[in-house]
Design a protein around this ligand. Structure first.
Ligand code: SF4
Ligand code: SF4
Length: 248
């Protein structure tokens, strides 16, 4: 039986999620034995850029017409398209300026020359094409990509935590940075799956995995404001990785 064909792509992002796949070390050979990777520019100089794909894994956000055209072409080729990482799922850091005057930003950074650049307001993948599965994280967790591929090969979808980082944090019996130390922590509204890596190290969560399903950023912002935090500082922290989630 022929192996499923797979393409791994990067739009605008830091390539960290692709790197996580390459860093799967002991599992990499098992993965390659099960799938036929036809296109993975970051890892191979031999790429089939036109074949049909059973699975496309796409990292990064859409910030230009070039990104949008590439994504549409990938969608045309792929039976299943997976958004890989917070930029692909939510827009990520690049979407932090959503709502700002883009011409003004271009002028401030590049001068008038910036007006000729191919650039547009940042979009997550689902705002451009149909996405079949989201794997969030900045970067994604190794276990999440490995189990996703295993599940998809099996014909079903992986199940990820639907609860917030706070749940994982409290399960590890950490003292709460928000309630006990009065630090701005995004754990209550951020999707779990990282095992509360940062609060475990006494560093407040910055929400890098994007909002949990029923996130209530308005309530968290109000609670932080009651405790004397500057509203704008709170809003800035909350929108760093997922402006869409904050707008909920
Ligand atoms: S430290 Fe942060 S993640 Fe942990 S319980 Fe408190 S608010 Fe939640
Ligand atoms: S604790 Fe928050 S910032 Fe740290 S890895 Fe998890 S989601 Fe990201």
């Amino acid at each position: 039986m022929s192996k499923p064909t797979v393409g791994i792509f990067g739009l605008t992002g830091c390539a960290g999620d692709q790197l996580v796949i390459l860093n799967c070390e002991d599992r990499l050979l098992d993965l390659v034995a099960l799938i036929d990777v036809r296109e993975f520019l970051m890892a191979s100089s031999e790429n089939d850029t036109a074949c049909k794909l059973d699975l496309a894994l796409v990292e990064g956000a859409v910030v230009s017409q070039r990104d949008a055209d590439r994504l549409l072409a990938i969608r045309e080729r792929a039976k299943i398209l997976v958004a890989l990482g917070t930029c692909a799922v939510w827009g990520g850091v690049a979407a932090m300026d959503r709502g700002a005057d883009r011409r003004k930003l271009l002028e401030e950074v590049y001068g008038e020359q910036g007006f000729s650049y191919d650039t547009q307001a940042t979009k997550a993948l689902h705002e451009v094409v149909k996405v079949d599965l989201n794997i969030t994280g900045c970067p994604i967790e190794k276990d999440h990509i490995v189990t996703a591929i295993a599940n998809l090969l099996n014909g079903d979808l992986p199940v990820y935590p639907t609860y917030p980082v706070c749940t994982e944090c409290r399960m590890q019996e950490n003292n709460c940075l928000l309630m006990e130390r009065g630090e701005i922590c995004c754990g209550p509204i951020t999707a779990a799956g990282c095992k509360a890596r940062c609060p475990e190290l006494r560093v407040p969560c910055v929400g890098c995995r994007g909002p949990v399903h029923d996130a209530n950023p308005v309530s968290l912002a109000a609670m932080l404001a009651e405790r004397g935090f500057d509203r704008e500082a709170v809003a800035t922290r909350l929108r760093t990785f997922s402006p869409e989630g904050v707008a909920q």
